[in-house]
Design a protein around this ligand. Sequence first.
Ligand code: AKB
Length: 312
Amino acid sequence: MNNILITGGNGQIGSELYTVLSERYGIGNIVSLDIQPPRMFGSRREVEHYEIVDVTDYKALRNTIKKYQIDTVFHLASLLSATGELKPDLAWNVNMNGLKNVLDLARDYQLQVFWPSSIAAFGPHSPQINTPQFTVLDPNTMYGVTKVAGELLCNYYFEKYNVDVRSLRYPGLISYKTPPGGGTTDYAVEIFYEAIKHKKYNCFVSAETRLPMMYMPDAIKATLDIMHAPAEQIKIRTSYNLAAISFSAEELANEIKKHIPEFECTYEPDFHQAIADSWPKSIDDSRAREDWGWSHEYDLAAMTADMLEKLA
Ligand code: AKB
């Protein structure tokens, strides 16, 4: 890992990964790429190397890789589940053609690639409790369809062209630096902002909705751990199940109440509910733990305390 490109650099994961990678490898060696202009902090841009590029534009992507002599790509640019249902054609185009472009360039320029899959790869016929690594994958969202197809494409490029592509099925990610956008699990982030600002939150899934979740520091750790693991330890080239915590919306609200007793959460399920109901409630990630030593740090109590402290 010498010269690193992060696509979707403005996003929830990309912006945090940028900070960690630039501390570790030097800011001059990291390139952030997004379809949007960079985020500004006062009059200052947070990043040194920044490219405004659409990942579906193969030539622009290739020019960026050549310009900075990139050897590692964290390909995070993607539409998430809720936006994907509103714009299915765009989701297919960005999620599939963006990934195909990155994998073609990885084959031609010997790049190592990280690409995120998701719990959205599972569907209504997948076992919902302790969902195994190898099981039915029948998602009923466009986002989920692109995750399953993407996993197969990654495995194909590994088998056929020896592309070193590694992937994790992220659960819902909770963070305070950059808000997520267009996901089903976004309620588990919004609830913190609203609890602090207004002491109330109207949640778009039911109180009982239980989903696998993870605090961002653990997600970043998992991402770097899998990328740094010796190649022979990576035995799954579709995507690894990854887990940390699993809680219902009400359990999260109750945990927040321990810090903000006046906080009130109401529940008004909308179209997100059907998506959440089609996903696992908990995940068996024993293969990631066995193969490359994955372990998580944050439980619900530790994550909630840290989120509230940082956001306040
Ligand atoms: C979403 O809700 O769409 C994402 C995901 C679970 O992949 N956070």
